[in-house]
Design a protein around this ligand. Structure first.
Ligand code: CTP
Ligand code: MG
Length: 201
């Protein structure tokens, strides 16, 4: 049987490891805007390819900023008792932690854009809610891009053994998939209350 402390550490390290993806998913609200990714184009059904909610600035800036902010998380993991005593992991050796964090951040927004594509095709307007995909799109994208990056880094011998596999264990993946939807709803509700978002989801 696991102690309460071990359960807490499992949950906290799982969410900790997703911070680059969470940050990347939150940042477009602040740094997004400008030309939409689809440049206003429509699909055969007459509806927008992705819509005005997916912009180039969000897609390109947010993952870079999120990976940049991971520098501080990496520092916490390598220099403080959070990392050294309690075991909050880092994203790998320098400079590969940046590559992994960037890939997960980009994957988050690609997942989100893919979801918008499917939302438009199924007749849902920009900003309309679609549970649980609004909550999971970026997680699945981030994990997919992270997994591919882990494979490439280990196949090329840059980081061995596979860093993604060592960090994202099955119990942690389960925590991420189960808890992120609730966290996402909470953060968006807070963003709505603070006037950052137009809708509470
Ligand atoms: N955003 C952006 N560029 C991106 C992703 C998001 O500029 N690549 C910004 C947009 O201002 C968007 C906001 O972040 O409105 C929140 O993103 P999200 O909730 O995913 O977009 P929605 O407006 O709800 O649109 P959709 O229905 O397509 O998900
Ligand atoms: Mg979305």
């Amino acid at each position: 049987m696991w102690s309460a402390g071990e359960w807490a550490l499992l949950v906290l390290t799982a969410l900790w490891l997703m911070l680059p993806a969470y940050l990347s998913n939150m940042l477009p609200v602040f740094v997004g805007g400008g030309p939409p990714i689809d440049l206003g184009r429509t699909w055969k059904d007459g509806k927008r390819l992705l819509g005005d909610g997916k912009t180039w600035r969000g897609l390109l800036l947010a993952p870079l900023l999120a990976a940049g902010l991971t520098y501080f998380l990496q520092w916490v993991a390598l220099n403080t008792k959070w990392g050294l005593e309690w075991g909050f992991p880092s994203w790998g050796p320098s400079p590969w932690w940046f590559v992994l964090a960037y890939a997960m951040g980009l994957g988050a927004l690609v997942g989100d854009a893919f979801e918008s594509f499917v939302k438009r095709r199924t007749g849902r307007d920009r900003g309309e809610k679609w549970f649980p995909w609004d909550q999971l799109d970026f997680i699945l994208g981030a994990l997919l891009f992270g997994a591919i990056t882990g494979l490439i880094l280990s196949a090329t011998g840059a980081v061995e053994p596979n860093i993604f596999e060592s960090l994202f264990t099955f119990p942690r993946l389960a925590v991420i998939l189960l808890l992120t939807p609730a966290l996402h709803l909470l953060v968006n509700w807070l963003g709505f209350k603070l006037g950052l978002k137009d809708v509470p989801w």
